[in-house]
Design a protein around this ligand. Structure first.
Ligand code: AMP
Ligand code: MG
Length: 335
């Protein structure tokens, strides 16, 4: 049986957090909010518990989890080689930034890191997530709380759609603030490499790392060969219907005609152009677009239409990350 417990996002009630921490201590899996998306977590030092996350999500074993910490002393427990990046980490943590570092294998099992010599680490800024890690006293390994391949969960309705009856406790703190997964930067290589764009924008990372490498697969999502980031070879964030991403808006009219049974996901500024539409947000507030992205994808699949058509966006700031997700979700891209 799954219990859904409401908690205040800013001042969460101790008793609910204690209950969640006790379940984690016992090797159970718990869903909790972060400032990016909902996470499905287990005690990062309990291999069996971490294995359950893969089972519940249907996640391939070669797609590693992010280890969530609440302090630099926990970073010391799980990773090596972070000392020279301390200023950088202190600038962005707690926050929506994940770093890849050489792993300390004493406590983090191969299940968590999919056998890699590196570990992904993040200190979340959400009070519920931070306090939960504090109460457990150990890091929490957690990927996004969605069935593998589906759009990430940004509200408890999404979590319930995917996991009702499959986890014992869901902490409900309402919509997640950013609505998009963390930025991932690999600091274990010679030069820092962006593996996934997110709420900490490339522009900001470059202030710290002028030599930041932004690989083609981050921009174009067309990748053949050996995946640089584990999990990359799988389709992600995908709704249950074909999604056509129209990057060249001059071709929109043709696409609408070619696929007449459609719903269009568009911005407020262009909504008058479409009859069946879901407004994702306004270009005046690009963060609103990120916040609503996954909810819009989940809503679109419920409409009684055969195709989901999405307007492409200009890749600046947070919208660079939005376009990265849309390209991975798309079954067809029109350029
Ligand atoms: P999720 O939390 O569902 O967004 O998934 C976490 C993502 O973090 C995975 O898909 C990986 O691409 C990435 N990740 C986790 N561990 C590593 C690692 N050691 N090296 C590179 N990427 C990683
Ligand atoms: Mg995910």
């Amino acid at each position: 049986m799954t219990r859904v417990v409401k908690v205040d996002p800013l001042f969460p009630d101790e008793r609910s957090l204690r209950e969640a921490a006790d379940l984690l201590k016992k090797g159970e899996v718990v869903v909790f909010p972060t400032e990016t998306v909902y996470g499905i977590g287990a005690d990062a030092y309990n291999e069996e518990a971490c294995r359950k996350i893969f089972e519940i999500k249907g996640r391939p074993a070669d797609n590693p989890l992010i280890v969530h910490i609440c302090s630099f002393s926990q970073l010391e427990e799980v990773a090596d080689g972070y000392e020279s990046f301390r200023d950088f980490l202190e600038r962005f943590w707690p926050g929506p930034l994940t770093v890849i570092l050489p792993k300390k294998s004493q406590r983090i099992s191969d299940v968590v890191t999919a056998g890699l010599p590196t570990v992904a680490v993040r200190m979340p800024a959400h009070p519920v997530a931070l306090k939960l890690i504090e109460m457990l006293g150990d890091p929490i390994a957690a990927p996004s709380a969605n069935l593998s391949g589906r759009p990430s969960a940004t509200s408890v309705e999404h979590v319930v759609e995917d996991f009702m009856g499959r986890v014992s406790l869901i902490l409900d703190a309402g919509n997640t603030p950013f609505g998009l997964e963390s930025t991932i930067i690999d600091l274990s290589r010679e030069k820092p490499v962006l593996l996934r764009p997110g709420p900490v924008e490339v522009e900001k990372l470059k202030e710290f790392f002028p030599d930041l490498v932004v690989p083609d697969f981050v921009k174009k999502s067309e990748f053949r060969g050996k995946p640089l980031a584990p999990g990359m070879k799988y389709r992600h964030y995908a709704p249950s219907k074909p999604l056509i991403l129209v990057e060249n808006l001059e071709k929109m009219k043709d696409v609408l005609r070619e696929f007449p049974d459609h719903v269009v996901i568009c911005v407020e500024e262009r909504k008058e152009l479409y009859r069946d539409r879901i407004v994702i947000g306004s270009l005046k507030n690009p963060y609103s677009i990120a916040q609503n992205l996954f909810a819009a994808l989940r809503e679109a699949e419920k409409r009684e239409k055969e195709y989901i058509i999405v307007e492409g966006l200009e890749e600046r700031g947070i919208l660079f990350a939005v376009m990265n997700r849309l390209r991975k979700a798309a079954s067809r891209i029109v350029r």
